[in-house]
Ligand binder design. Sequence first.
Ligand code: M6R
Length: 609
Amino acid sequence: MCGIVGYVGSKDAYPILLGGLSVLEYRGYDSAGIALVNGKGLEIHKDKGKVDHLRSITHDVAGRGCTTGIAHTRWATHGAPSKHNAHPHTDQHDRIALVHNGIIENYSLLKEKMLKEGIKFRSETDTEVLAQLIGKYYEKDLAAAVRRALLEVDGTFGIAVIAHDRPGVLIGARRGSPLVVGVAEGELFLASDASAVVAHTKDVIYLKDNNLIELTPEGFDTTTLDNKKISPEIHTIEWSVDALAKGGFDHFMLKEIFEQPETIYNAMRGRLLVSEGVARLDGLNLVLPELRGIRRLVLVACGTSWHAALVGEYMIEEIAGIPVEVEYASEFRYRNPIIEPDTLIFVISQSGETADTLAALREASYKGATVLGICNVVGSSIARETHGGVYLHAGPEIGVASTKAFTSQLTVLALLTLLLGRMRRISNSDGIAVAKALEAIPKQVRKILRQNDTIREIAKIYAKHNNFLYLGRSYNFPVALEGALKLKEISYVHAEGYPAAEMKHGPIALIDQDMPSVVLAIKDSIYDKVISNIQEVKARGGSVIAVATEGDREIEKHARHVIYIPKIIPMLSPLLSVIPLQLLAYHIAAQRGCEIDQPRNLAKSVTVE
Ligand code: M6R
């Protein structure tokens, strides 16, 4: 997703804006740019390429004392990555400059109209249309011009706007694309993500949809797009700027893998009541009576969050006895899902901004459903629009490949399972057993992480292979999907995840000595079946890397390599079995020299359809 940074205050805006862009690099982008009000007018610098490149072509701008500016990292949607398509965009007379996240859906109609009016365009982007429109309406009042232009556009936007003759004025507005305002004494910051402002202030406003904010060094003025005054709430960011540093690790992904003992603990802290064998999820308090009466649950998500939802389905059906369906948000939003009064919807999203998940949430709400959220990013659109929910408290996840958010999602789903299970059909003693097992997870994850060097050696052996099969059954089938996704997204190696028994219905045809299989062979009720599946792979010359339970010596006869995880109840085994797969994907990608934290073509949060 593109990144926005804006500043107004008394300091030199340039290093603040460039620093903010560097923090947002993790979200994925292809070009970068900056606009400053420099006393004579607008000064724009932009190009295709990285923030470092922008820095190298603008180093003489530092120290000039421009105190108002905006900056952007673009992830191309309309128009190829290029200098002229990069943001900021201006109107034809360079009177206003705009950076924009989102999509202006009616841009071609608006553009056609403006072309007829003689307006000259310089890019192929939808964003320039909005810049031209604001420029057309701009006289003396920048906020009024932005408001008027936004009334004409359809689509989504998070924008920051400055004008050539308005030093000390910065306008932000949003619909469907996040904007955060950092509030400090005598200066204000605007960003698409709190991580870009946390180095300067922890006091933030999460701008709401259809709101516009005018920032000056003296303060802010917030209105709706139809100009009704509002008083936004100021929140405090709970994590520190250290979360944005690699902390001695080579990559954010590795750091986040190693953070999991703490992040899993944070997800259950204050929520797991071991001695009572229950969970307490305060964010769901309002719907507790509804939870007791529900007859069906639908879990909606994308990508890794969808894999977490699949594990949730296995957990909730087995322990709480409630039928669960798991839906891809992108499918759910466009079909006509059946939502009955006793159906409860959970949307799961790390970022809380995924466009399809947000749209699914809105569709379900429109149909009258109670929609609850499981999100990581505080104040995100999904967190705000749901009727209640649970935060992961995992801190910012910077690596594009989701790791710690996944295990935190599993933790929250396990807590939810415990809550629902105890309301319905599991006894106090069974509840205590699950709670105790959950409590032990952080320590067990730490133990698995100690095998990092062994897993790196295994990765070296397999790094040159171009095809992998990931197999698992029951609770570990979704883990197979997740392991395959991790490998393909960061190492560009083809990997398929399958329920182990499905292999013989097709994928078995692919197996030979060049296609290794990663098999989740955890000691559970279907362990023997998984061993049979391993035999089938071996019989076709395929190598097997097994993830198995400590103490299982039998597996060593069947698999070429074994990575052990501690003994755990089946329901919670994904929390452990996924860790070796994250490390394996990481080390294979590292061996192949891939750009692990910012894989090609991927964005950290997918805010477009
Ligand atoms: O922020 P979300 O959890 O809604 O994101 C969903 C997917 O885009 C995300 O999980 C994606 O698949 C990751 N790149 C996986 O590592």
